[in-house]
Design a protein around this ligand. Structure first.
Ligand code: CO8
Length: 215
């Protein structure tokens, strides 16, 4: 069920208590167009108002979580007064006013506004291929949606300033977990290198309880 959108998918999953929003512009690495952000805010507000939904998950379709604000759209904003007066991207702030917990479930790139959107969520879960970056400086602009504040809070001033001022040195999933930006990395494939995985699966097939050694 749920509403029909053009740039996202929004469905209720699990036992009916989780609102799942999938950013659905995979060919543009889920670039955050104005239309997409309006839809995202609408979906989150709808789930927030639902008596059924207790929490929300935001994820990206395809290779990326999101490669940031849509550069095609931003290129046409060539004037300070227009950008300021139109309160460009102001509606993003509605994401932070959602009262129920939002989990960003990401893999691949979360860069620019994509990283900023992830950081607006309450918990970030990252896959092994996750990459965080603030490359706005390479476009001649700066993080505009809280990244310069939130990233500093999450990973410390020095690392955040290095990322923001150079636009290089992306952060991978493990570094992000180590620094507290993400709560955990989904280590599915790595478990197959563990003795405990072999013991667990063998024990199941032998119909006995596993004897785990934490190895
Ligand atoms: N906007 C629009 N299209 C994009 C974007 C984007 N942000 N990112 C990628 N795409 C498109 C590409 O143009 C490309 O399209 P096509 O296939 O038609 O040529 C397609 O997605 C795939 O991209 P790449 O071929 O570049 O994919 P790679 O895997 O080679 O590279 C990267 C992935 C490194 C993520 C690369 O795509 C990249 O650097 N993207 C731009 C990232 C970026 O600079 N983001 C910051 C944008 S600015 C911002 O988010 C905040 C601005 C401040 C807002 C202020 C509000 C007040």
């Amino acid at each position: 069920e749920g509403k029909h959108y053009k740039c996202i998918q929004a469905v209720i999953v699990g036992d009916g208590t989780v609102g799942l929003v999938t950013l659905d512009r995979p060919k543009a690495l889920n670039a955050l167009s104005h239309a997409l952000m309006l839809e995202l805010v609408d979906a989150l507000q709808t789930f927030d108002a639902s008596t059924q939904v207790g929490a929300m998950v935001v994820t990206g379709k395809g290779e990326a979580f999101s490669a940031g604000v849509d550069i095609q759209e931003m290129r046409d904003k060539t004037n300070f007064v227009d950008a300021y007066a139109s309160r460009f991207a102001h509606h993003w702030n509605a994401v932070t006013a959602i009262r129920k917990p939002i989990i960003a479930a990401m893999n691949g790139y979360a860069v620019g506004g994509g990283s900023e959107l992830a950081m607006m969520c309450d918990i970030i879960l990252a896959g092994e291929r996750a990459q965080f970056g603030q490359p706005e400086i390479n476009l001649g602009t700066i993080p505009g949606m809280g990244g310069s504040q939130r990233l500093i809070r999450e990973v410390g001033k020095s690392r955040a300033m290095e990322m923001i001022l150079t636009g290089k040195h992306f952060m991978n999933a493990h570094e992000a977990a180590q620094r507290g930006l993400v709560s955990c990395v989904l280590l599915f494939h790595a478990t197959f290198g563990l003795e405990d995985q072999k013991e667990g699966m063998t024990a199941f097939l032998e119909r006995r309880g596993p004897v785990f050694k934490d190895k």
